[in-house]
Design a protein around this ligand. Structure first.
Ligand code: MCA
Ligand code: AMP
Length: 500
């Protein structure tokens, strides 16, 4: 953490590395830190020519994984803009909501996604990151400053629509330094990267940490379990959500004995395999130990805070089912119902990597923080005898975690309610071996409609990963005297009802 007070932007940190060393391995080969910087400055020059001074304006990045993604993201930062990563996993309606809510001024695209960006282009410039030439090198001075917003990440909450969390440059710079020191990242490392890039885990905790430490990222075009096993050979660090570990073992079990032996050798040779974004079942941790020699390093994080708790780097000190302690410079508290410190209660986090607030949501921002700058996570936790934190669950039944994605039951309900045949709807999460939680929609019909029809309807409005895996039709939803749906009772009821 020596330089975290001095270095206030990720860009400064990237500039301090050997510019001839590898930064990205992608489908096209290798790109050095110098290559990335040149491409980024070209994007910055083009944005400044198109928009004039950016001064924190949001710019969408709609790009496939690889060097061009980094040219686009770092280019926006150099130009003084704030990045909003758009994902091809979202249907146009959802991406349009993000662009409109964030007031996106321009979109930087890779050619494979250019056609999909067309529907978002009304009133905004669209720049193809691969079609820009020259000029960029002339942008000598970066416009990024520590206090300015660098990244905006949409996160689903207890309100219907996702909120844009704003992370200033200084938060990112602090986060990369904290994680570099905690997990001993350095130029010797190659991170195997197969996470989606529109969330904190893939973008900041994984990609920025690696590059910020001078390590390279091997960026996979998409998640592919067999390819991930094979690619571990050329990596030192792997970061994933628990569902990815589950899917790795499904592929492992289906593979031939010689492939399994090879995969296990690759896993054993990794310096670090980490898991986060959702609880890692102890059975999965132990399965990884049987193959790789130690359990994955499990840590706890959140879009609004980055990593708040982590198991130790030394595998002998990790504990399955626990998420460790706050890293140096991060503070944690457990707070009971009436605001007092308690052995079990809500986890509050404070530290230099915590976000600034939600874009244009002053009330939600105020509610997210307690006096003294503590961020209220909404997770219920307790501590083991040795001090390690254990996550017990969310305080709200309306927040689900499926395959590492945080989903809002209310957002999914709102989308389904638009269907004319839906009378009442309640969305719940049921335990699922692969996904952690499975999204189940409980529907009272007012006209004939099938489960597949409702799922197809939802997919036009929401990313497929948010859509119900199961639709259950009921005559009534259990409610309390105030008419509020009782979701725990509903979950018990649905466990015994056939679905469509
Ligand atoms: C895909 N599907 C899902 C999910 N992913 N459904 C529910 N939950 C999901 N997470 C849908 C697909 O759209 C498809 O639907 C069907 O399930 C089968 O997809 P499949 O091919 O099996 O999925 P996949 O492509 O293999 O994806 C699984 C995945 C992915 C790789 C685990 O879910 C993923 O990348 N998860 C990572 C999420 C993440 O990065 N979260 C970090 C948030 P259909 O058949 O209907 O088309 S940040 C965070 O949590 C904090 C900061 C932290 O601590 O890290
Ligand atoms: P997101 O808003 O997508 O950043 O998700 C953050 C949430 O993921 C946290 O509030 C937790 O509920 C959950 N989470 C992250 N890491 C873990 C973990 N290791 N164990 C249990 N839950 C986790």
């Amino acid at each position: 953490m020596v330089d975290s007070l001095l270095v206030t932007t990720l860009l400064e940190r990237l500039a301090s590395h050997d510019q001839t060393s590898p930064a990205v391995y992608d489908e096209a080969g290798v790109a050095t830190f110098g290559d990335i910087d040149t491409g980024a400055r070209r994007v910055a020059a083009a944005l400044l020519a198109e928009l004039g001074a950016l001064e924190g304006k949001r710019v969408g990045v709609f790009a496939s994984p690889g060097r061009h993604f980094l040219h686009a993201v770092l280019g926006v930062l150099h130009a003084g803009g704030c990045v909003l990563v758009l994902s091809p996993l979202h249907p146009e309606a959802e991406s349009r909501y993000f662009c409109d809510d964030a007031d996106v001024a321009a979109i930087v695209v890779t050619p494979d996604l250019a056609a999909r960006a067309e529907g978002l282009s009304a009133g905004r410039a669209v720049l193809d990151v691969t079609a820009l030439t020259g000029a960029g090198e002339q942008l000598e001075v970066s416009r990024a400053r520590g206090e300015d917003d660098a990244i905006m990440l949409y996160t689903s909450g207890t309100t219907g629509k996702p909120k844009g969390a704003l992370l200033p440059h200084a938060s990112l710079a602090a986060q990369t330094a904290i994680l570099r020191d905690l997990w001993a990242f350095g130029p010797h490392d190659v991170l195997l990267h197969a996470l989606p890039l529109h969330h904190m885990h893939g973008l900041c905790i994984a990609l920025f940490t690696a590059l910020g430490a001078g390590a390279a990222a091997r960026m996979m075009p998409a998640w592919d379990a067999l390819r991930v096993w094979e690619s571990m050979r050329d990596a030192t660090v792997f970061m994933a959500v628990p569902t990815m570990y589950a899917k790795l073992f499904q592929a492992f079990d289906a593979a031939a004995p010689d492939a399994r032996a090879r995969f296990a050798a690759h896993a054993r040779a990794l310096r670090l395999a980490a898991s986060g974004s959702a609880a890692l079942p102890v059975s999965l941790a132990e399965r990884w130990r049987a193959v790789a020699g130690c359990i994955p390093l499990e840590r706890f994080g959140m879009t609004e805070i980055g990593v708040g708790l982590s198991n130790p780097l030394d595998p002998r000190e990790r504990r399955a089912g626990c998420v460790g302690l706050p890293p140096p410079s991060v503070e944690a508290r457990i707070v009971g119902d009436s605001g007092e410190d308690a052995p079990t209660g809500e986890l509050w986090i404070r530290g230099p990597s915590v976000f600034r607030g939600y874009h244009r949501r002053e009330e939600a921002t105020r509610e997210a923080f307690a006096a003294g700058g503590w961020f209220k996570t909404g997770d219920t936790v307790t501590r083991e005898e040795d001090g390690a934190y254990r996550i017990l669950g969310r305080t709200s039944v309306d927040i689900l975690k499926s395959g590492g994605y945080k989903l809002s039951a209310l957002e999914i309900e709102e989308a389904l309610r638009d269907h004319p045949a839906v009378g009442e709807v309640a969305v719940i999460g049921l335990p699922d071996e692969t996904w952690g939680e499975r999204v189940v929609a409980c529907v009272v019909r007012r006209a004939e409609v099938t489960g597949p029809e409702l799922r197809a309807f939802a997919k036009e409005r929401l990313a497929a990963y948010k859509c119900p895996k199961q639709v259950v039709f009921l005559d009534d939803l259990p409610k309390n005297a105030m008419g509020k749906v009782q979701k725990p009772a509903l979950a018990r009821l649905v466990a015994g009802v056939a679905s469509d």
